[in-house]
Design a protein around this ligand. Sequence first.
Ligand code: SF4
Length: 326
Amino acid sequence: MHPFSYTKASDLEGALAAGRRGGRYIAGGTTLVDLMRESVERPGALVDISALPLGEITATAGGGLRIGALVSMAEAAADPKVRATFPVVSQALELSASAQLRNMATIGGNIMQRTRCAYFRDVTAPCNKREPGSGCAALEGFNRAHAILGGSDQCVATHPSDVAVAFAALEASVHLRGPDGEPSVAFADFLLRPGGTPDREHGLRPGELITAVELPALPRPLRSGYLKVRDRQSYEFALTSAAVALHIKGGVIREAKVAAGGVGTVPWKLSAVERHLIGERPSEALWAEAAERAADGARPLEHNRFKAELLKRTVERQLRIVGGSE
Ligand code: SF4
C-alpha cells in the first residue's frame, strides 16, 4: 500500500477544512481500504469522519425521515421508524453485503461506494473510470454483470448499492455541507452517469460532505418493498433488483415509486412504469403491462442480454408482492 497521512476529525468544520486541502473522507472504510490495498485508490491523506455527529435518524415534518450519513447500514435497517415508514429501505439494506459489513459501513459511504466491475479493480486492465483515457476492458470483455441502461462508449459499470435504489425510487434528497452552506440535491441528480467522464461519479465537490439522506413524506398508507435477484442468496450483488412503493386508496393506485438496480450505471428510476400504474386499479394484467416498460431504452452487451427480460420479471413480481396479490 502506498504511504498516506491519517487524521481524525473531531468536528464538522475541521473535517471540511481537511477536505478542502484534498483529504479523502473515510468512515466505515469498507470500500476505500480494500481499494487502497489493491492500489486502485491512492489517496495521499485520509480524514476519518467517524466521530462527527451525523449518526441520528430523525422524523421530519409530515412523515419523512432524515438518516444521518454516519448511521450504519445495520442501524438504519433495524431502526423502528425506518421499518415502519419505509420497509423498502430496511429490506434493501438487509439484502446488502454481509452482517459484518453492514455493521461497519455507513449510509453516506454506501451511496459513494465504487463499482464492482472486475476490470476497475484489476490495475493491469484498461479502465476509463480508474484511469481516464485508458479504455474500457468490459466493452469487449466479459460483461455479464454490467449495465444495460445509462452506459456510454466509455463505461458500462453498474452502481452496486441496493439502498440507493430505494432512495432513487422514493425520490430522496442528499443533504450536503460545504463552502456554499448546506445545499440539498435531489438523489436523481447526485449520482452521475458515465458519459465521457466515467471517473466523475457524483456531484460532490472537494471539501463537501454528505450529512444526511432525506426520505420525503409520502401519502399514507404506503406499501413498499425491495426484491433482489442474484446468483446466490447471500453476500452477492444484484443482477437485477426492484424497489417499489405504492399508495393505493379507494382501490386505485394514487402514487407509484419504482426504481431498478443491477442494470444501470446509476440506480435507475422507472418513470414509464410509474406512469402506467398511476390512476389504475391493481390487477395481474396491470403489473405485467407496467413491467413491460421496465427495460425501455436498454442497450444490452454481448453477455448480459438476459438482463432485460430478467428486469421485467423482477419488476412484475415486486409490483405483485407490494400490490398485494402475492
Ligand atoms: Fe472501467 Fe467502467 Fe469499463 Fe469497468 S465498465 S472497465 S469500470 S470503464
